[in-house]
Design a protein around this ligand. Structure first.
Ligand SMILES: [Zn+2]
Length: 429
């Protein structure tokens, strides 16, 4: 990257009626166009999808999860096998998260301190400690082009307990139905002693995330070929977002992310936080909205100036027979599709929908419903391919529309996004 660091971001076009921009990011393993949607390959594979087919969906970068890979097979094993790009066969840009989000949201946490997090391994129950230094060392060993800072991820306000419902007993004794409450309390670091104060928890998370970012940057052993992104926290409290954005962007890094908006908020809350926070991040650097989301959330965020997205929705829903279309999801297990000879979405150019040029045949909704009914693996593979293509077509259409300004045309192709386009555009066409 000739002295310019591990990442280069070039903005080629800006929307006349919003803060949206089109760009291209260059990494040591190639380039990707923004706005970009990154499929999630949790355990160093997008479940069931060959890398060549993933590329055919239009994906130019994909993501792997540090939390899962450090548990199995361990970063030393991935490094011994040649690093993430070699082992996966995806010789293109990759991003790893820090493991923080999963440690906070999924794991059975033992403790959260200013040093880091100790949680119980889902594999063998052993105590695993994750802190900024360890999270960066694991990502240095995995070798992705973009790596993420280890941050303190507080629960959303919806998850956080109301004062009245606060148990006074040890939260580990809480019934199973209170698992979310228990997690929220444990993430406080003070357990159940004293009332839960969501604002105080956000403040702790903000300050800790900023201190941890300094430690991540200091521990980063490969700044020449891996770009470290900082993460802005602050929940849905806009003043907290201001504080965090200021503290995080004071630390010079190749890119910045908005975290903590994919933890249970509704679309209106996500859009509110993103519209407020995106302009607080440097214009000349990539902005990444972590873990979001549905099409409407992505479009609202693009109009606010976000460049990168990741989400498990297309893959997870694909495995559950839920197919995305521009008018909403269809549930292929529904009996009404039993004799339906149409493709999932007639006219779609994905592997599942398109007509094979030599045979003249496409996969029908009825056939897909049958595959799911008998648990055949081709069902999840085909609907995953369709859903991944759907999100790539959405971001490609956004890139084209930002350039040509034809938002009315965009809305006719993406009816589910009509309202957020109206809300997100300013001025006359
Ligand atoms: Zn399709």
């Amino acid at each position: 990257m000739s002295g310019a660091g591990p990442l280069h971001f070039a903005i080629s076009a800006r929307c006349a009626r919003s803060k949206a921009r089109v760009g291209r990011i260059t990494t040591p393993h190639g380039t990707f166009d923004t706005p970009a949607f990154m499929p999630v390959g949790t355990r160093a594979t997008v479940k069931g999808i060959l890398p060549s087919l993933l590329a055919e969906t239009g994906a130019q970068i994909c993501l792997a999860n540090t939390y899962h890979l450090l548990l199995r097979p361990g970063e030393a094993t991935i490094a011994a096998l040649g690093g993430l790009q070699k082992v996966t066969g995806w010789q293109r840009p990759m991003l790893t998260d820090s493991g923080g989000y999963q440690a906070f949201s999924m794991a059975d946490l033992n403790s959260v301190t200013d040093d880091g997090v100790t949680f119980k391994s889902i594999v063998d129950g052993a105590a695993v400690h994750l802190n900024p230094e360890r999270a960066v060392a694991v990502q240095n060993a995995l070798g992705a082009d973009i790596i993420m800072a280890f941050d303190d991820c507080p629960p959303s306000e919806n998850d956080a307990p109301a004062d009245e419902s606060l148990p006074t007993t040890d939260p580990s004794a809480a019934p199973r139905t209170d698992a979310r409450l228990t997690r929220a309390l444990r993430r406080d670091g003070k357990s159940a002693k004293g009332k839960y104060d969501h604002g105080a928890r956000l403040k702790i998370a903000n300050e800790r995330t900023a201190r941890w970012l300094e430690r991540c940057k200091a521990a980063h052993a490969r700044p020449h070929d891996q770009a470290l992104f900082g993460i802005v926290q602050g929940g849905t409290d806009l003043a907290m977002r201001d504080w965090s954005a200021h503290a995080i962007t004071n630390i010079d890094l190749p890119g910045y992310a908005i975290g903590g908006v994919a933890v249970g908020e509704g679309s209106a809350e996500i859009a509110k936080v993103v519209r407020h926070t995106a302009p607080l991040l440097p214009d000349a650097k990539p902005r990444y909205l972590m873990g979001v989301g549905y099409e409407r959330d992505i479009v609202a965020a693009v109009l606010a100036g976000i460049d990168m997205f990741d989400c498990v929705l297309p893959t997870r829903n694909g495995r559950n027979a839920n197919a995305f279309t521009p008018t909403g999801q269809i549930r292929l297990r529904n009996a009404k599709y039993a004799h339906d000879t149409d493709a999932i979405q007639p006219g779609c150019d994905c592997h599942a929908c398109r007509t094979d040029p030599t045979t003249g045949v496409h996969f029908s909704r009825g056939y897909l419903r049958h595959l799911f009914g008998v648990n055949e693996m081709l069902g999840p593979i085909l609907v995953t391919l369709h859903n991944l293509r759907h999100f790539q077509r959405l971001t490609a259409d956004l890139r084209a529309t930002i350039v040509n300004g034809d938002w009315p045309g965009f809305v006719t192709r993406w009816p589910i996004c009509a309202q957020v386009v109206t809300e997100g555009l300013t001025g006359n066409p």
